[in-house]
Design a protein around this ligand. Structure first.
Ligand SMILES: [Zn+2]
Ligand SMILES: [Zn+2]
Length: 599
């Protein structure tokens, strides 16, 4: 059980709501056995209570429980605290086996959540109305301080007593409570919207990807439509990198242990890696990062100051061990493709290189239609210089370069001292989605460690070896994760340039089918992704199906359109754009796709 934070200002409110919930359930089921119900954070401002009941609760029971809770709140009972002896407590809770177990523990000096308490535990209860519960508090003063329209029960689920599979399965009722109705409503709206946009749900509905037990947790299969979106993301990435002066490199998925010893991953990161694969008396590891390979490519031949800057880019698929409990759709996976690049430059090139990568990053993200990104500069903790790789002067220069580049572009940023990892300062860029959520995407990260470990050098103008500055950077971060964010941000209605099918042509009658195919053929010839819906279905059903599939354009073609060599345009938003000539529709599509962003 996660430790509870009794200092949290919402603690008393949530805890009091949990007691009121317990009273309400006990009134409905006098024979209920009560577990416990400290506040917790599975849901924001959440509370719960566990019950052993004569029958399973269903979601249909929750309104009645809620109504009883409201009654208890309206009656405005005081929460009364009293200390009881172990003997009295056992009498009070004689028919409550879970409470008796807790009383035994309290006597042993553990608190009600099984945590050891200094100086032994006090056995105490809180009573509201006629309901007395074993409890350490704290609580609000009165039930009436819980806003009568500020709470809601969310669901019922199974929960083992004390979280152990060896114990009884109890029923856990979850709720959320807020200081006002407005805050509750805002939270419920957000929650509903998040569920609607959940990329796992949309991923299945739109047939984009799946995660199958036969493959393993956190390892995704991209289906044809999802893979097409992914390919479009990759194509766009390649196009921009080619134009941006990057060299592409390609590296294997595994490498010998010596590589990961040199890079330090086996020493510092082994618990995040898949275990070794034995081949011909050698141990190989799946790569958790691409960097070491790129270092080898750099130092594979002598480099001159004239070769710099060098920029190696790769869509490199890496594998990391993440505990299964932390995996979530494509947002957190065990195998993912980083859009990785490593920049190598001379000290005099550093500022221009950072300016350039920042500019690249922002224009790249803007093409995906997210809101204003938030920048954070992670700097070292100046109080503990011994914790960091690289010299004082290197850190100074790198941090001030990052700050100057942000300032020169007029970007607001937060500088967080002590946030930097040991090997270098960085800028993290968080994107803003349609629900106001922030997500970490791009990173620009200095590294003073790997160039040292791989002994990277270039020959300077002075004919002597010098260490280059090296920067890791990723724009998407991970393609899988960014894909999930796109789905959630756009609620599955991807911008036209990314939509797997951009337009579906719907003939009004059988006799218009040939013309429909002609329209589709012309759009395909102009480079667009189209389909003809020639099924024997009513037109409205076809329009509805296309909208459910989030296809941006529906082109309706009947006799009128055929005669005029036109199409009638409907949007997935259900907007009717009326008839237009086929050639002007092609022009419109070219314009929209060229502009990227959203539609
Ligand atoms: Zn309590
Ligand atoms: Zn790297």
């Amino acid at each position: 059980m996660a430790p509870v934070d009794r200092e949290d200002p919402s603690y008393e409110l949530r805890h009091s709501a949990a007691h009121v919930l317990a009273q309400a359930v006990k009134e409905m089921f006098p024979e209920a056995k009560l577990g416990w119900g400290p506040p917790h954070d599975r849901f924001e401002n959440g509370f719960y209570y566990d019950f052993d009941l004569p029958r399973p609760l269903t979601p249909e029971d929750l309104p009645e429980v809620e109504e009883r809770m409201r009654q208890i709140v309206r009656e405005d009972h005081p929460f009364r605290y009293r200390v009881v002896g172990a003997g009295e407590a056992r009498e009070l809770f004689a028919d409550q086996p879970y409470k008796l177990e807790t009383i035994d523990e309290l006597e042993e000096g553990k608190d009600e959540y099984g945590e050891a308490r200094l100086g032994g535990a006090v056995i105490s209860t809180y009573t509201q109305d006629a309901f007395e519960d074993l409890c350490l508090g704290p609580h609000l003063e009165r039930t009436g301080q819980i806003p009568v329209d500020g709470f809601k029960l969310l669901d019922v689920s199974g929960a083992y007593w004390r979280g152990s599979e060896e114990n009884e399965m109890l029923q856990r009722v979850h709720g959320t409570v807020w200081p006002s109705r407005e805050e509750l409503e805002r939270y419920l709206w957000q929650r509903e919207e998040e569920e609607k946009r959940d990329h796992r749900r949309l991923g299945a509905e739109l047939d984009l990807f799946s995660i199958r037990p036969e493959v393993g947790p956190g390892l995704a299969l991209f289906h044809p439509k999802g893979a097409l979106v992914r390919v479009l993301m990759e194509d766009y990435w390649r196009e921009r990198h080619r134009a941006g002066g990057y060299d592409f490199v390609a590296t294997p998925h595994v490498g010998r242990s010596v590589l990961w010893e040199t890079s330090g991953h086996l020493k510092w990161y082994e618990e995040g890696m898949y275990s070794a694969i034995a081949v011909e008396d050698e141990r190989y590891y799946l790569k958790p990062m691409n960097c070491p390979f790129h270092m080898l490519i750099f130092n594979g031949r002598p480099r001159s100051y004239r070769d710099l800057p060098m920029r190696f880019a790769e869509l490199g698929t890496v594998y990391r061990y993440e505990p299964s409990g932390t995996l979530r759709g494509l947002l957190r996976v065990r195998g993912f493709t980083q859009d990785d690049a490593h920049l190598f430059c001379r000290p005099d090139q550093m500022r221009a290189e950072i300016d350039r990568v920042l500019e690249f990053c922002l224009s790249f993200l803007a093409d995906y239609g997210f809101g204003e990104p938030k920048m954070e500069l992670s700097a070292r903790d100046p109080g503990t210089p011994e914790k960091y790789a690289g010299s004082e002067a290197d850190w100074e220069k790198a941090e001030s370069t990052l700050a100057a580049a942000l300032e020169a572009r007029g970007l607001a940023y937060e500088r967080v001292e002590g946030e930097a990892v040991f090997y270098g300062p960085k800028i993290d860029i968080e994107i803003l989605d349609a629900l106001g959520r922030r997500w970490q995407a791009s990173t620009v990260q200095f590294d003073f460690n790997l160039p040292e470990r791989f002994d990277l050098t270039y020959v300077g103008e002075d004919n002597r070896p010098h260490r280059p500055y090296m920067v890791h950077r990723a724009l998407y971060g991970s393609i899988e994760r960014f894909f999930a964010l796109l789905i959630e941000h756009h609620a599955g209605a991807l911008p036209v340039w990314l939509a797997p099918t951009q337009a579906v042509v719907i003939p009004v009658a059988e006799r218009n089918l040939d013309y429909a195919r002609e329209v589709s053929g012309e759009l395909a010839a102009a480079g667009f992704r189209t389909e003809v819906d020639g099924r024997q279905e009513r037109m409205n059903a076809k329009i509805r199906d296309a909208q459910l599939q989030k296809i941006p354009y529906m082109l309706i073609v009947g006799n009128r359109e055929e005669e005029a060599r036109g199409v009638s345009v409907r949007l997935r938003t259900n907007e009717n754009r009326g008839m237009t000539g086929l050639s002007s529709f092609v022009e419109h599509l070219q314009e929209v796709v060229g502009a990227r962003g959203g539609l």
